[in-house]
Design a binder for this molecule. Structure first.
Ligand SMILES: [Zn+2]
Length: 65
């Protein structure tokens, strides 16, 4: 199984509606819509690493009286 980089859905390579190659890697898509979105901006979706690590968001503001 592969993961649609656009919507994050799990896609069966054999049943994938569309696929695209980017930097030597093949990506599979659940729909032509996702395929179009990917081909329009592959760098946006083909980010290295599919693992979702802990994200630190915010925390830049200090409360000072
Ligand atoms: Zn999709």
């Amino acid at each position: 199984m592969a993961t649609d980089p656009v919507c994050g859905m799990t896609v069966d390579e054999k049943k994938a509606v569309a696929k695209a190659e980017h930097q030597g890697k093949t990506y599979y898509f659940c729909s032509a819509h996702c395929h179009n979105a990917f081909t329009a901006a592959p760098a946006k979706y083909a980010k290295a690493g599919s693992a979702t690590g802990p994200q630190h968001s915010g925390g830049g503001t200090l409360h000072h009286g």
